[in-house]
Every structure is written in C-alpha cells, then in structure tokens.
Design a protein. Structure first.
Length: 333
C-alpha cells in the first residue's frame, strides 16, 4: 500500500536502523509500516535517544509484544498517512509521538492518541526531546508518587533526560527539587533549570541538603545504593524506581520501610497499554504543553547527531556525557 505525503510523493520501502547479530547498527531498507485503524503514519524528521535503546541493542530489553523491533521510543515529524477512523489529525500536521519502538526510521505508524502537536516555536529536533522524558517524569511524579504541593523531591541522575524534565515540572508545581549528579558542570546546568540544590556524587552527603529528607525520590539507579537512597525518605515517603542502572539486586532494612511507612514503587512506561498512554498524553497536553508556549518549560537538547553517527550517539550516552537529551536527525528521503 502506498501513501502520498503532502508533497505527493509515494512511499514504498523505507530505511531504518537494523541491529546486526554482533549488535552493530546499520541503515538498511525495510518495509514502510502501514497505519492500522486508529493509527497515523509519520514521516520522521528526528528521534530521541534513550538509555532503553542501548539496552535493547545489547539484547537486554526486547520491545513489548506487537511493537516494532526497530529502536526508538519517541520521534518528531509530519503526518503523511491516516488509518481508518482517524479524525483528529490531518496530513501535514507536525507532531511528536511516544512510541513503543520504531523511531530510528524514516517512517513509523503509531496510535493517533500517542501524538502531540509540536509546540509553537520548537524545531523538530527540539520536539523529539519531549515525549518519552516528559511523559515519564509526569507519570512518576504525579500519578505514581502522588506528589503534593510543597513536598520535597530528590532526582537521582538529575541531569538525565528524565531528570531535566522532572526539574522543570517540579518548578511548575512549586515543589523544592534537589538533584544528585555526576559532575559540577551537570550540577550547574540543573541549578539553571530550577533545581533548589544538589550534590556531585561522591563529593557530599545528601542528608545535609534541605535538612529532614525527602517526600518523593525518582531513582533510575537502584542496585546496592537503593538502601541508602531509601533512608533519605521522610515518614510516608515514596521512592519510584524507574530503572536499575546500578544493578537489579539490593539489600533493604524492611524494619525501616515498615516503621517509616515507606513505599517502593516500580514503574515502566513502554509496556503500558495503549489506553493508559493515551490518558497520560492527554493530561500532558492539558497541563504541561501550555508551559512550552510561554517558555516556562523547554526542551533540554544536549546534542544532535546525524543518523549516520548513531553509534557515536550511543557511546556518548553510555559514557554519561549528556545533560538532557540526545537526538538523531533522520536524513531526508
């Protein structure tokens, strides 16, 4: 089946990143997806790089059943095809989208409800920074952790894509927000975004910050450090574990968890149902998207790589060099 984009050009096969048996990445020809009922076809201009992409490339994080095996969990581009029943979008609309896979490609088919308009004034590379990290930060701060007005937040790895999004959301909701980061440069960038305070890992004690501990912690590290991180929670505090970069095992003092009435919440976004994601994105559009228009919230774009340098982008992220997002630009068809 062929789709004519706004230019009238028909699309047969597309190019996308293929993972070889040795985990190397190649730009190879693949069938262009066809939008199912309720889906749109997006001609991708740029896609975000996420740590989950590195895990999937290494064979440790397979896509959910039915999802594209192609890497990439967010993109920005223009709509060039509509599946049956789609009325809220039109060919030529500029959107960014949350994906379960398929972003490292020229085209992707996605549930129409998982698209959001590109905020006015943002480029495609900036818009590609938004869907995954802002949805993750919003979900885990407000829905999973139930963050309330005035509560204190700690963001472990605060200079990451999710961390820099969460700092800005905490500023919007008036929550003091502290960060743990890997370098003085990263701490400076986080403070400029609105973090209240922070430390460079290994150079200070979190317990000395904003005395009295935290109500909510977002932690992508886990591992043996989890016990010490949990100890920073105040009575009734919630720690949301969103990854386990430090390892999947930890030893905990359950007595402390019990006495302090702590909650340890595991949370992933990618495997949630299409309906759950649609509700999340609708809330994001209502509560956060207006803040992009007036400048209260902005994409934090660390660096743009051409798709030909996808390996370098992955190496940059693996080395923890980025503050905010890394983005891949898709070559023009």
């Amino acid at each position: 089946m062929l789709y004519a984009g706004p230019t009238g050009k028909c699309h047969h096969d597309m190019y996308a990143i293929h993972i070889e048996a040795d985990h190397s990445l190649h730009w190879a020809e693949m069938p262009t997806p066809v939008p199912a009922p309720g889906e749109v076809l997006i001609e991708i201009a740029a896609c975000g790089v996420n740590r989950a992409d590195l895990a999937q490339r290494a064979g440790h994080y397979p896509p959910p059943p039915g999802a594209s095996p192609i890497l990439g969990m967010e993109c920005a581009g223009q709509i060039v095809g509509l599946g049956e029943g789609v009325t809220q979008w039109h060919p030529g609309d500029k959107v960014c989208a949350l994906l379960a896979g398929g972003g490292y490609a020229e085209y992707v088919a996605v549930d129409a409800r998982h698209c959001l308009p590109v905020p006015a004034g943002l480029s495609m590379t900036e818009a590609a920074c938004l869907p995954e990290v802002f949805t993750t930060a919003y979900l885990n701060l407000y829905l999973e952790a139930g963050l309330q007005a005035g509560e204190r937040v700690l963001l472990v790895a605060g200079a990451s894509g999710v961390g820099t999004a969460a700092i800005q959301l905490c500023c919007l909701s008036g929550n003091p927000c502290l960060v743990s980061v890997g370098s003085a440069v990263k701490l400076e960038r986080c403070m400029a975004l609105g973090a209240t305070d922070g430390i460079v890992r290994g150079e200070g004690e979190l317990t000395n910050l904003l005395g009295g501990g935290f109500d909510v912690i977002l932690d992508p590290v886990g591992g043996p450090a989890l016990a010490d991180t949990l100890n920073l929670l105040r009575p009734g505090g919630r720690l949301v574990l969103i990854a386990f970069m430090g390892g999947r095992e930890a030893q905990l003092d359950l007595g402390r968890v019990l006495v302090k009435r702590l909650r340890l919440i595991g949370s992933t976004l990618r495997s949630r149902s299409a309906d759950e994601k649609a509700l999340l994105l609708a809330q994001l559009q209502e509560k956060v998207w207006p803040a992009f228009a007036d400048g209260r919230v902005k994409p934090v774009l660390d660096r743009v790589f051409p798709m030909a340098e996808v390996g370098a982008a992955h190496a940059h992220m693996a080395a923890n060099l980025n503050v905010g997002k890394l983005v891949l630009e898709i070559p023009a068809s």
